[in-house]
Design a protein around this ligand. Structure first.
Ligand code: DHB
Ligand code: MG
Length: 220
């Protein structure tokens, strides 16, 4: 199985279940033209996040790692008019592209992009009112710190989702020791004894990221 097979597979399922989306297509084009890396969540993943948010009736969503604002657009569409998405991005150029994409999507009012190192911004956030849902998809080395802050900021019964926890199976391969992989492992080790969260990991296979996966946690 190669990445081409997974690209075909993406198109196949999108063809049935995810209507053509001009806003997301424009966002992708804008991100490409501005040289952003092509590592955003794909349509099926974005829609899953959107559906989780809607299923929960989420009103406040926290995100770490905005990139071009793709998942932020899916989340912005999921929250009600008086809802809020607070998304964090370290790279000012990425944040500028994301703000433009959110404006085109008509979501500037609901979605706020905070620029700077997310851990500093998160630590400054008050823990009330709580968030319903947190999505962590930034530098993997900081996953433990992000989950720690997300736990403080997400309500009991809320959800924390972390992207890229499988990485082609490399997380489970002891011969791989790069900092991002070690960041995922450190998070898993912390989750193993965490009594505030009930967790699972589910693999994803896509034409963008190949084999990867989400960590999904219920905040107890
Ligand atoms: C990378 C980061 C991501 O968040 C992702 O979804 C895929 C790849 C990366 O840093 O390579
Ligand atoms: Mg990711």
């Amino acid at each position: 199985v190669t990445i081409d097979d997974w690209q075909r597979s993406d198109k196949y399922f999108e063809g049935f279940l995810i209507p053509k989306d001009e806003v997301l297509e424009l966002a992708t084009k804008n991100a490409e033209e501005n040289g952003l890396p092509a590592i955003a969540v794909g349509p099926a993943e974005g829609k899953l996040l959107h559906l989780v948010a809607r299923t929960m009736g989420a009103k406040r969503i926290l995100e770490v790692g905005t990139l071009g604002g793709f998942s932020a657009i899916w989340f912005g569409r999921a929250v009600p008019e008086d809802g809020e998405v607070l998304t964090h991005e370290i790279n000012p150029k990425h944040a500028e592209v994301a703000r433009k994409n959110l404006e085109v999507a008509g979501l500037s009012k609901k979605v706020t992009v905070v620029v700077g190192p997310a851990i500093d911004s998160l630590k400054k956030l008050r823990d009330e009112p709580k968030f319903d849902l947190a999505f962590i998809d930034a530098d993997k080395d900081s996953n433990v710190a992000y989950v720690t802050e997300a736990k403080r900021l997400v309500r009991s019964g809320g959800v924390i989702i972390v992207d890229n926890v499988v990485r082609f199976g490399l997380v489970a391969d002891p011969s791989t020791t790069s900092p991002p992989i070690e960041g995922v492992r450190a998070m898993l080790k912390a989750l193993q004894t965490d009594t505030d969260l009930e967790c699972t990991v589910i693999g994803t296979a896509t034409g963008r990221g190949g084999y990867d996966g989400f960590m999904y946690a219920l905040r107890k």
